[in-house]
Design a protein around this ligand. Structure first.
Ligand SMILES: *Cc1c(COP(=O)(O)O)cnc(C)c1O
Length: 469
């Protein structure tokens, strides 16, 4: 018999395994799940044997049991779980972008556990519109005439283009045909929306006259796109939206700006780059502006469309809107986040994204000092864990690479590698995601939440214990 056949014959039989595991497994775990986990484990081993990648099997019964119990535990654990963000990237798309404050979490609780007036007008007792729950607030804050909210900003751009430029021409600068990430590419979205893209200008320079010369009978929209995660530096120039609006008005063509991040507060007094706020773009006369709910706004995933009433009404009536509509949880949390912006100072405290972006480095340093104090002052610790200055990043949207002065706990991996350490923190029961710099593990304190600190302390204590051994 060949080696392969011998290995295959030595694979455990599923019914035997299930019998043997019965007394060793939490009776609350559904038997279907247990069976699937065991079956998958055996199937995977079989595949590896057939591919010649597995040359020996456990001979010991307890070793097999451990393998199966681990597989069952993993299958029975939630896939979607909490992590600690120690990357220092505040708007981290892969880690869920923005956190919500306590008001929003309360609203979420109500929306989930109670019936609500989602689409019910309590004054007339008739069917209402879900968008009316937030439209007035968005208009108050941005100065726009009308607003609608969809599933995300990609949807907002798609819907607006489809409504305003289906089978007609949208003029856009070559310098703004960007890919934002997560496969959102302006040319592709335009194609899917049915808008015909007319590119003008060069990668680095576009003049107002470039737009003007491209305007024809079939032009329905002038589009400006915030280049977000992409910068052209040196000899560059783009046309301010106010100038595009003047040109548009001369020809009776609306102007749209996809603003991406869409901040409602100018964060430059806190040392961040000056970005145009939504209010400013509305004031400059843009007919439609689109932006994300969960980037600098600090709310739930959503795409907000604001603009002239006549245009927003058309967008509301587009049948595609029904496929992109937001759910009750988004509405509940978006309303609370938006309400906090009536008091700008309050928003800076209450909206976690804003609080983290504007936290000064002294406060962050204190967070680190307090963690170190609570670890105890053993001399050895000081060489293994140091509190050092670092640079956090804003993350997704308008200023992804922009650095913010911060402080980090820097862990010396000692005899192991930094990547070993990074993986070991990432695979804990509550994973901690940090970054590696100069062969050290860096835990940026800016994005570590108060509620994360006790878990962080436990992880660091375990790290110290392992180092000392
Ligand atoms: C982020 C971004 C988008 C996509 O927004 P989502 O809310 O992630 O769908 C579109 N356009 C610009 C300019 C962006 O920055």
């Amino acid at each position: 018999m060949s080696e392969t056949n011998k290995l295959l014959r030595n694979l455990p039989k599923i019914d035997r395994v299930l019998d043997e595991l019965q007394s060793k497994i939490d009776p609350d775990i559904p038997s279907v799940l247990i069976k699937l986990a065991v079956q998958n484990t055996i199937d995977e081993k079989r595949k590896l044997i057939l591919a010649g990648e597995l040359k020996s099997l456990p001979t010991d019964q307890t070793e097999w049991e451990e393998i199966f119990i681990r597989a069952i535990t993993i299958k029975n654990s939630p896939n979607y779980q909490r992590v600690i963000n120690a990357t220092g990237v505040v708007v981290h798309t892969n880690l869920g972008r923005s956190l919500l404050g306590t008001d929003s979490i309360d609203a979420l609780q109500v929306a989930g556990s109670c019936y609500t007036n989602l689409e019910y007008d309590l004054t007339t007792g008739k069917r209402g519109s879900r968008y009316s729950l937030v439209e007035d607030i968005i208009c108050d804050l941005t100065g726009a005439e009308a607003a609608i909210v969809v599933n995300n900003n990609a949807a907002a751009v798609l819907l607006a283009l489809n409504t305003l430029s289906f089978h007609s021409e949208t003029i856009v600068s070559r310098g703004q045909l960007v890919e934002i990430g997560g496969s959102f590419r302006i040319p592709d979205v335009m194609a899917r929306s049915g808008a015909q893209m007319i590119e003008v200008g060069a990668t680095n320079i576009t003049h107002l006259s470039d737009y003007e010369q491209a305007i024809g009978e079939n032009t329905s929209l002038l589009l400006k796109v915030h280049t977000s995660n992409f910068r052209v530096i040196g000899f560059t120039s783009e046309v301010p939206v106010a100038d595009m609006v003047r040109l548009g008005q001369q020809h009776g063509i609306p102007v749209m700006e996809d603003l991406g991040s869409g901040s409602l507060i100018d964060l430059s007094p806190w040392g961040l780059p000056k970005e145009p706020t939504v209010q400013e773009i509305v004031k400059d006369g843009a007919d439609v502006v689109t932006f994300s709910g969960d980037k600098l706004l600090g709310g739930p995933q959503a795409g907000i469309i604001v603009g002239r009433k006549e245009i927003v009404n058309k967008i509301k009536k587009n049948p595609m809107n029904r496929a992109l509509r937001i759910d009750k949880f988004t509405l509940a949390t978006l309303e609370t986040v938006l309400r906090s912006y009536y008091d700008m100072d309050g928003a800076l405290r209450k909206v976690p994204t804003l609080a983290m972006l504007t936290a000064d480095s002294e406060t962050i340093k204190k967070k680190g000092q307090s963690v170190l104090r609570r670890l105890g002052g053993a001399k050895k610790i000081k060489t293994m864990i140091q509190l050092l200055p670092t640079e956090s990043k804003v993350g997704g949207g308008a200023m992804p690479e922009y650095g913010l002065d911060s402080w980090a706990l820097v862990l010396d991996p000692g005899s192991r590698s930094a990547s070993f350490l990074e993986k070991s923190f990432r695979t804990k029961e509550i994973p901690l995601i940090g970054r590696i710099e100069d062969e050290k593990m860096v835990l940026d304190l800016r994005t570590i939440q108060e509620a994360d600190v006790p878990i962080l302390l436990d992880l660091l204590k375990a790290f110290i214990a392992e180092c000392i051994h």
